[in-house]
Design a protein around this ligand. Structure first.
Ligand code: ADP
Ligand code: MG
Length: 212
């Protein structure tokens, strides 16, 4: 099997995400202070600190699917607000869809599509409503295209990260239709969505975790 999502890559992905969330905590909180309640950075930091502790205690032969599932459960239990349960449910759905002991790029893309479907089912958001879906959807679509085109996991990760970052930037001119920011109506325009921004961090962390 070609290089794939196995235990080591899943663990590296979540640890790299935790480090990125820590580095960007203030930025995420500032974005959320502008159009929400200013807790997105601290929410995610608390959640990913708990995920790091979980990883420290996991056996090295834990399959990647079980690893993502348990990380998702941890996020749901540790993080209040909208984003924690949405990310947690996404990781649980993705984990349940990952084959053992490792997933190739096509299988990884399908698992993350299952994660996105869960976010959309729980939160009801579609692209264009200024939520994490605006970064998540193009990132998954980029992975699917890259798998179809026969790209490596590393190339696919980079394309997904770029797509997520572009999706996050594209939330700036949008009016929020879901979540707390939607209470602001037109006053939500002109700010980047915090959840789309953290989703871009997640996909950049995936890209950074793939070996050359
Ligand atoms: P809260 O809004 O409860 O304070 P957070 O600040 O942690 O939770 O997360 C806010 C982010 O959650 C938003 O920027 C948005 O991306 C995401 N979000 C909120 N509601 C939804 C939803 N219904 N569907 C998808 N994402 C959502
Ligand atoms: Mg908030």
């Amino acid at each position: 099997m070609p290089y794939a999502m196995d235990h080591d890559l899943a663990a590296a992905w979540l640890r790299t995400t935790a480090a990125a969330v820590e580095r960007h905590e203030q930025e995420l909180t500032a974005l959320d202070a502008a159009i929400g309640d200013g807790d997105h950075g601290s929410n995610l930091r608390r959640g990913f600190t708990a995920v790091t502790a979980l990883l420290d205690g996991l056996a090295p032969d834990t399959p990647p699917g079980a690893l993502l599932t348990r990380a998702g459960t941890t996020l749901i239990s540790k993080v209040g607000g909208a984003a924690g349960p949405l990310y947690g449910s996404a990781l649980r759905a993705a984990g349940a869809a990952l084959p053992e002991p490792a997933a190739d790029l096509t299988e990884l893309a399908a698992a993350l599509r299952a994660g996105l479907d869960q976010v959309r089912k729980l939160g009801g958001a579609v692209v264009g409503e200024k939520t994490m879906v605006d970064a998540f959807e193009p990132a998954v679509a980029a992975l699917e295209r890259a798998a179809f085109d026969g790209f490596t996991l590393r190339e696919a990760g980079a394309l997904a990260a770029e797509a997520a970052e572009a999706g996050a930037r594209a939330t700036v001119p949008l009016e929020a239709r879901k979540g707390r920011a939607s209470y602001l109506g037109p006053r939500s325009v002109g700010h980047q969505d915090p959840g789309a921004t953290s989703t871009a961090l997640l996909f950049r962390a995936l890209a950074d975790s793939t070996a050359p």
